[in-house]
Design a protein around this ligand. Sequence first.
Ligand SMILES: Cc1cc2nc3c(=O)[nH]c(=O)nc-3n(C[C@H](O)[C@H](O)[C@H](O)COP(=O)(O)O)c2cc1C
Length: 336
Amino acid sequence: MNALMQRLNLRVPVVLAPMAGGPGTPELAAAVCEAGGLGSVGSAYLTPTQIREAGAQVRARTDRPFALNVFVPEESAWPEAEAVARAAAELAPFHAALKLPPPTLPQRVSEDFAAQFAAVLEVRPDVLSFTFGRLSADHLRALRARGILTVGTATGLMEARALETDGVDAIVVQGGAAGGHRGGWLEDELADTPTLTRSVAAAVGVPVIAAGGVMNRAGVRAVLDTGASLAQCGTAFLRAAEAGTSAPYRAALAAAGPSDTTLTRAFSGRPARGLRNAMTRAAEQPLPYPYQNALTRPLRAAGTAAGRADVLSLWAGEGVEQGREDTAANILAALW
Ligand SMILES: Cc1cc2nc3c(=O)[nH]c(=O)nc-3n(C[C@H](O)[C@H](O)[C@H](O)COP(=O)(O)O)c2cc1C
């Protein structure tokens, strides 16, 4: 029992990683909470109304502490028409194959962060974790005033030090093996998770949560031994019964081997780790985040409906081969 476990009333030192975009349902988060871990709902792509609904759905299933998670918005200029044309041309054959109209960039490329943040404050989860950057002092103050624990994400020591300076309550360190988006905004060390955990835990005075490739008891033990207070696991829960992972995504995960993941900007414009497929090979000139994310959204939706894993963002960490189908409670029990 460390201080963070006590503060969050956890029986198991494991956080269910927030998994925006489908896999991370309120049902999955609540099941992990009920089994003694910290469940998280990835809210980055949810509307403010959906964030309020997700919070209510978790609360309807459990009284235990839970987390919401958001993406810190990035300032980036609207891309030039030529860049949009190049990125769209790479997607065009996939659109044609699925009988979709040619790809176009919508006027609205992401949710309004201020409105999402206001919804988070209303829901008042026990924890708000965030990734892709730093929250402002005003944001952190508003969270703290409501008793919400703040957790930032770092992929290296400089980012961890910046988050500590900002006054966050805990830091997720994301090793290079992690599935999904890279959370950093400075240098990305793509370090091995226990190594990064050791260096950050020795350098900062706030609790560290270690993420990336933690798939079993030995993995949880290894990161706790290097100074983490908790392990954060995403890929281990992707095939859970309560996860929202689509059928073609589940089938691709079940068939994946240990060297089948790659870092790609193909789907969102930000580097993320997922299974190699036709899209990770074809998209060589993606737009910056969040424009590429908006450009590829119709294709991903149609691909899911058509059962076509070759056009989906199949986020998965390097430990994917060790994943299995089971209930969230059984997967959690196998981690501790
Ligand atoms: C499908 C998927 C979606 C993810 N979405 C988010 C997210 O919305 N917010 C976030 O902070 N991290 C997200 N991550 C990254 C996780 O927080 C975490 O770093 C990663 O899952 C740990 O590595 P592992 O997948 O090997 O367990 C996601 C990971 C996956 C696999």
